[in-house]
Design a binder for this molecule. Structure first.
Ligand SMILES: [Zn+2]
Length: 87
């Protein structure tokens, strides 16, 4: 099992366009992955030397996810306040 290092990446609407380095043959190559695979470790064959390896795919816009979690917290707090008012 080899490892592909993620050198850079770019998100399009449906794909993650990743630039990867194969640690077995040291070649840099580009590969598109479905956006559903974001944040996952995936296995595929190196298009250059055909070695099977793993790569860690990035998450799309981590900042947006954190904001989403904060919104959840606020909603819970608001509900709690409404409870107190009825008592
Ligand atoms: Zn390779």
């Amino acid at each position: 099992m080899s490892i592909f290092l993620l050198q850079s990446h770019k998100f399009s609407n449906d794909n993650i366009e990743a630039t990867l380095v194969c640690l077995k043959c040291d070649e840099v190559f580009k590969k598109d992955f479905p956006i559903d695979l974001e944040g996952q470790t995936i296995q595929f064959k190196c298009p250059v030397c055909n070695a099977v390896g793993e790569a860690d795919l990035p998450y799309k816009k981590i900042e947006e996810r954190q904001e989403f979690e904060e919104d959840f917290g606020e909603i819970e707090q608001e509900n709690g306040e409404e409870f107190e008012d009825t008592y």
